[in-house]
Design a protein around this ligand. Structure first.
Ligand code: HEM
Length: 176
């Protein structure tokens, strides 16, 4: 199988839309789940497990797709050559059979890297360690400088079925 031509957008997306929206998504998540923010303030070393949880909870790329080169069976479904399959990472990341309480943002999950946000198989994201590192450093610096980042306006979202992100988020920074 290969990627559908209309979805060959990743080179400009990797490490840009993705990590940027993860920084915003993390702020939104911690404000929605304020007990998790308290947990983080009490123990900033939880950034380590919080980072992959942000990646799962936000899922900055909602889906990618594959085109069958030949007739292929996937589970009980027969795919004709040329048929396209959307891989909804965002849906898999909300699967209660795979993640306990998947809608919840929990910064100290036991297996936080068990998610589909970076894809799966031979095309699994090659930049995932860099993405995690960027997010880790961003949160270490935020926690060092600010008591909290408070969301004070309704998050404005990107209108896209591929990029799951934000155009605007108004926040108030509370210094230590
Ligand atoms: C949180 C940030 C990121 C997310 C959510 C993400 C997501 C993904 C996903 C879902 C794929 C699989 C595409 C597919 O199966 O067709 C992928 C592949 C890839 N990513 Fe990322 N990515 C991120 C950051 C980065 C960064 C920082 C880089 C580069 C430094 C990068 C480079 C790549 C490349 C080159 C591939 C293609 C790998 C291949 O086809 O073998 N990504 N990424």
């Amino acid at each position: 199988m290969r990627e559908c031509s209309n979805l060959r957008i990743h080179p400009s997306t990797g490490g840009n839309d993705t990590t940027r929206n993860l920084m915003t998504g993390g702020v939104v998540a911690l404000n929605q789940f304020s007990d998790e923010y308290k947990k983080l303030a009490a123990n900033p070393t939880l950034i380590e497990t919080m980072v992959p949880e942000i990646v799962r909870w936000q899922t900055p790329i909602s889906h990618m797709a594959r085109t069958a080169k030949k007739d292929t069976r996937v589970g009980n479904v027969m795919l004709k050559a040329g048929g396209c399959v959307a891989l909804w990472y965002i849906s898999g990341n909300r699967d209660p059979d795979a993640t306990d309480m998947p809608e919840a943002f929990i910064i100290d999950r036991k297996n936080p890297r068990q998610h589909l946000s970076f894809g799966f198989g031979i095309h699994h994201c090659v930049g995932y360690r860099l993405a995690e590192l960027q997010l880790k450093i961003a949160w270490e610096e935020i926690m060092r400088r600010f008591r909290s980042v408070e969301v004070v306006g309704e998050p404005q979202r990107v209108c896209s079925n591929i990029i799951h992100g934000f155009t605007d988020l108004t926040v108030r920074l509370h210094s230590k």
